[in-house]
Design a protein around this ligand. Sequence first.
Ligand SMILES: Cc1cc2nc3c(=O)[nH]c(=O)nc-3n(C[C@H](O)[C@H](O)[C@H](O)COP(=O)(O)OP(=O)(O)OC[C@H]3O[C@@H](n4cnc5c(N)ncnc54)[C@H](O)[C@@H]3O)c2cc1C
Ligand code: SF4
Length: 512
Amino acid sequence: MKITTLRLILGDQLNHKHSWFDSVDNSILYVMMEIRQETDYVTHHIQKVVGFFMAMRQFSQELHEQGHRINYIMLDDEINTQSLTNNLLWLIQELDIQLFEYQLPDEYRLDHQLQLFCQSIHIPSKAVDSEHFLSKRDDLASFFKGKKTYLMESFYRMMRKKYNILMDEGQPISGQWNYDADNRKKLPKEHQPIQPLVFERNVEHIVGLIHRFAIPTIGNIQVNHFSWPVSHTESLALLDYFIQHCLAYFGTYEDAMHPAYWSIYHSRLSFSLNLKLLHPLEVIQKSIHYWEQNQNTISIAQIEGFIRQILGWREYMRGIYWAKMPEFASMNFFGHNRKLPSWFWTGQTKMACLRHSIGQSLEYAYAHHIQRLMLTGNFMLLTGIHPNEVDTWYLGIYIDAIQWVEITNTRGMSQYADGGIVGSKPYVASANYIDKMSHYCGTCFYDKNKKTGDKACPFNSFYWHFFDRNRALLENNPRIGMAYMSLHKMSDSTKHELLKQADFYLENIETL
Ligand SMILES: Cc1cc2nc3c(=O)[nH]c(=O)nc-3n(C[C@H](O)[C@H](O)[C@H](O)COP(=O)(O)OP(=O)(O)OC[C@H]3O[C@@H](n4cnc5c(N)ncnc54)[C@H](O)[C@@H]3O)c2cc1C
Ligand code: SF4
């Protein structure tokens, strides 16, 4: 049968439940491609490039086995122009395609590129929903229309009602929307969290390909033990493992950090979710079903804490992205302009908390939320790193980093570069918080209790430097009055010593 329709599947659109695949139609050709355009728009972690290619290849194989016509353009295929639109144009001309279709991309960059492409070709085109998210691109903008603030909690409650999740006749089950107060404990000294479920795939051939093409990457990889799931089946196995072994402790230790344990009780599902190997509703329903059967061992605080991440934060961030792009990508509320120290790419710093969290990011392409927010993000905000530098680092290093969910978390939640759209106050902390939630300080070169002088923990003086230098922008924020009251009460000499210490550390940021 002659092919008349070309359908594009992007690397993060691996949704096997998409209605496109409900039936086999031989007049449709699906196309997927490995291209330099995507491997090079930022320097990615090597595990991220491998993970995407492996998952894409697996997905294309599955479509092929189901009888769909698929053209998978490999990185080293002769016809590969390494550009998304040039490859598409070549196929359209070569096969005399009559209709071009694509799923709405989640990145502004690709959305824009495909819109321009469709305007430039002589055949009709059609964009369809990716059928993954639980809210439409502009649902959040409509929900908050006319409002000054975009409170995640209001959006989350609306979503709970809309999908009837953890609800009882219109009210939150157990009478409470939020169990944050019961959660967030430090790991007890003797407590050993369960080992994460890892896969043992050999990825030598893809790593070889990446090296042959001299694709710049960061981080490490064990070619015989690629640990991330790359199919729906493996992603389901990871979900089941999480539900059975981690969910009972998820909320309790959600914010805990430990140098010996890199994922604690976190799900590590973000890669599978972001590539659409898993559907968020599938994750939510399976988790709730398991909790319902095991309420004697899993409290409501644990399941609610987990559901809030998926149904609340994840959907909310996507809504913010589409409501605020492209302006969001250039916001810099504090006017920060410092370069990121080079040890962010090696982990070679004397600060134990950052050495461990950066080191594990290079090793596993993963750090959990509080490591991203309260260690690396906190350091970048306190020291005034330019948000572009921040974005480049986060977008590159994490296996789950795709701009819609990366930039809203960095510029928004972590760096307050949006001036308070995502968060009502900047997330900053001194050694006191880091020590309260982690086991890093005990082995550190620096002294968590010292604010100035030899071996004083840099976070302590940076913290006050941040509030002092941003007084005009933050003093009137009612949520941070305490910090300014403390600054006000501080003697001039103490304040002077603190700021002098911070300035010294900032001048020597490369050797911290
Ligand atoms: C500075 C910074 C950068 C981040 N960059 C990314 C990124 O590039 N990609 C990404 O997926 N997440 C990002 N996050 C959000 C969050 O840290 C990760 O989703 C999470 O750590 C992934 O690990 P997990 O699957 O084990 O999550 P879990 O802790 O097990 O949470 C379950 C799921 O909830 C969702 N989720 C949780 N928190 C958030 C959040 N703040 N925003 C959106 N979804 C959330 C994720 O899908 C996650 O898989 C970032 C957070 C910060 C503070
Ligand atoms: S003392 Fe300071 S730098 Fe060292 S681990 Fe603790 S918070 Fe981090």
